[in-house]
Write a protein that binds this ligand. Structure first.
Ligand SMILES: Nc1nc2c(ncn2[C@@H]2O[C@H](COP(=O)(O)OP(=O)(O)O)[C@@H](O)[C@H]2O)c(=O)[nH]1
Ligand SMILES: [Mg+2]
Length: 290
């Protein structure tokens, strides 16, 4: 998976915010992309402030990797908060029809009671790796969006016209996650959206095993054919190494390989679909923070 990581420095964050503020002046709506597995942890901390009341569509992207029940729960929860949620898979285009519908609803709302109808001009925003470029490519219908995250880079503004009066800016706004929050940082590490160096892979694997054992033991039990009840994460990792034959000389466990395999298989969805954060008061996961 080609994860793009950014080191966020204060200057960097300032530039990125300024770029978004500049571009927001040209738009009357935003499309916020979240990762459907961790909608709370992948939300931007200051987006609400930047939008200043502009309507937004919330895309739960990578919904193919999240629990379908979790997707439903988030759609319902976000709708109750007055947002326009759309479940999506930017790789296959699933959810595009819903996205167009949501854009039309917002467009109508913007022009309600207006004699001079304005076009809808929307901007895509989100933290790194949620699928901004994938969606822009899909909207543009060709591989046109630049890959790589360069906050602050200003290119000539290009609009992708979906209809004559519905346009999306071809440059996404890249915001930083709430990584000062420990739980958020962990969730982002589990799905591979922040540098692995922040947590050692083996530590990360043990933490992920602990989380899954408590919240989604079935994933581990089915994938690795192991019993998880009452076990220590380390013993789970050892059994996974044993089962996969990840052994070093003298029969020692190859923890590094076990950890890499576990995290890779989790991130790519090989273990199954899982929602790590549920809307408040609902099943599984830690209660999501605001
Ligand atoms: N499974 C899955 N992977 C996705 C989806 N959307 C994007 N990706 C992958 O997620 C990674 C990051 O996507 P990208 O569009 O570069 O994210 P950006 O950093 O927000 O621009 C890439 O490896 C994409 O192929 C999706 O809906 N489902
Ligand atoms: Mg990108």
């Amino acid at each position: 998976m080609a994860n793009e990581h950014i080191n966020w420095y204060p200057g960097h964050m300032k530039k990125s915010r300024e770029m978004i503020q500049e571009n927001l002046k040209l738009t009357n709506a935003a499309i916020e992309i979240l990762d459907a597995r961790i909608p709370a942890a992948s939300a931007n901390p200051i987006l609400g402030q930047l939008l200043q009341g502009k309507p937004k569509i919330v895309i739960l992207n990578k919904s193919d990797l999240a629990d379908p029940e979790g997707n439903q729960a988030w759609v319902k929860g976000l709708r109750q908060q007055g947002a326009e949620p759309v479940c999506m898979n930017a790789l296959t285009g699933e959810g595009m029809t819903e996205l167009y519908r949501a854009m039309n609803r917002i467009h109508q709302r913007i022009n309600e009671n207006q004699t001079r109808k304005k076009p809808l001009r929307a901007m895509i925003v989100g933290i790194p790796n949620v699928g901004k470029s994938s969606l822009i490519n899909r909207l543009a219908g060709k591989k046109s969006a630049k890959t790589g995250n360069k906050p602050g880079v200003t290119r000539g503004k290009q609009w992708i016209s979906l209809e004559p009066s519905v346009q999306v800016l071809d440059t996404p706004g890249i915001l930083w996650p709430k990584f000062e929050d420990q739980n958020t940082a962990l969730m982002l590490s589990y799905i591979g959206s922040i540098r692995d160096e922040i947590l050692d892979r083996e530590e990360l694997a043990l933490s992920l095993l602990d989380f899954l054992q408590k919240n989604a033991p079935g994933l581990l039990e089915e994938r690795y054919r192991i019993q998880t009840e009452g076990r220590e994460p380390l013993s789970l990792l050892e059994e996974i190494c044993q089962k996969r034959g990840f052994l070093l000389s003298g029969g020692r466990f190859d923890y590094a390989r076990g950890a890499r395999t576990l995290t890779d298989e989790f991130r790519s969805g090989k273990m199954g679909r899982v929602t790590l954060q549920w809307p408040e008061g609902q099943k599984g996961g830690p209660a999501c923070e605001k």
